[in-house]
Design a protein around this ligand. Structure first.
Ligand code: ADP
Ligand code: MG
Length: 264
């Protein structure tokens, strides 16, 4: 059985996609079998993995509407993991799904048959608490929340936490918060430190120890279609995501395949 993680925050630009792509690459480099599902019509995760969204005839849209098979939609990223790509078609899916039966269970159903092919399935959610995100939350075992340490960050978090609570009560009783990841952190900023302290007060050890710094190499990598952890391995951003990958492996109690681990 794979562990399925929804990478969610209804705010845009907080590092969801950067985390999804770099974590996928980091886990794959450890020899783990990873599937990344792009649930955002902007398709930044798809592009960030080096897959051209303008040249994918089949996407997660077809998966949700059950008009194509997962095996026909799935692509391979050069970084060693599988991808269910997205493109702008997905923007229409929400409306088209409204009249469908079990519309919030579609992704979960689609992933059921491939559970034993992966160690981890990562879902890169769009910046909204919409039907696509809901599909992610229903399919997930746990939620990973990337966030910037800004003044309004905590306010937005309570909406997300309430949504997760509702999903747990009505749609998916497995779901839990795996953890909160602080992204784009400027270590010198006192605001960052204050928000960090408040986060730790509210969420305790749910807050990952690893902090992702603001680092230009991470921002440059997507335009080359290469995950930041591979684009410039020595950069502070890449090293932070590598450390985060290790922390997540231990938090999820994943065991590594012996050969790949010693090679890594
Ligand atoms: P989201 O998926 O939450 O909308 P992204 O991961 O796309 O957020 O990040 C938003 C923007 O910030 C992107 O241009 C990305 O390249 C950049 N970015 C993300 N993380 C970092 C970081 N740690 N340092 C610098 N830039 C970053
Ligand atoms: Mg994104």
């Amino acid at each position: 059985m794979a562990i399925t993680l929804a990478i969610t925050n209804q705010k845009g630009g907080v590092g969801k996609t950067t985390t999804a792509v770099n974590l996928s690459a980091g886990l794959a480099a450890k020899g783990l079998r990873v599937l990344l599902v792009d649930l955002d019509p902007q398709a930044n995760a798809t592009m960030g993995c080096g897959i051209d969204k303008l040249h994918v005839p089949l996407t997660v849209y077809h998966l949700l509407l059950e008009t194509a098979e997962l095996t026909d939609i799935r692509k391979k990223a050069d970084a060693g993991f599988d991808v269910i790509p997205a493109n702008r078609d997905l923007a229409g899916a929400e409306v088209e799904m409204v009249s469908l039966l079990a519309r919030e269970q579609r992704l979960k159903g689609a992933l059921e048959d491939i559970q034993d092919q992966y160690d981890l399935i990562l879902l890169d959610c769009p910046p909204a608490l919409n039907l696509l995100t809901l599909n992610g939350l229903v399919a997930a075992d746990a939620v990973l929340i990337p966030m910037q340490c800004e003044y309004y960050a905590l306010e937005g978090l309570s909406d997300l936490v309430n949504t997760i609570r509702m999903v747990k009560k009505h749609l998916n009783n497995r779901i839990d918060i795996l953890g909160l990841l602080r992204t784009m952190v400027d270590a010198r900023s006192t605001l960052s430190q204050q928000v960090s302290e408040q986060l730790q007060k509210h969420f305790g050890d749910k807050v990952f120890e690893t902090v992702i710094p603001r680092n230009v190499r991470l921002a440059e990598a997507p335009s080359h279609g290469i995950p930041g952890v591979l684009y410039d391995k020595s950069s502070r951003g890449a090293q932070a995501y590598a450390a985060f990958t290790d922390e997540l492996i231990s938090r999820c109690q994943l065991s590594l395949p012996e050969t790949a681990d010693s090679a890594a």
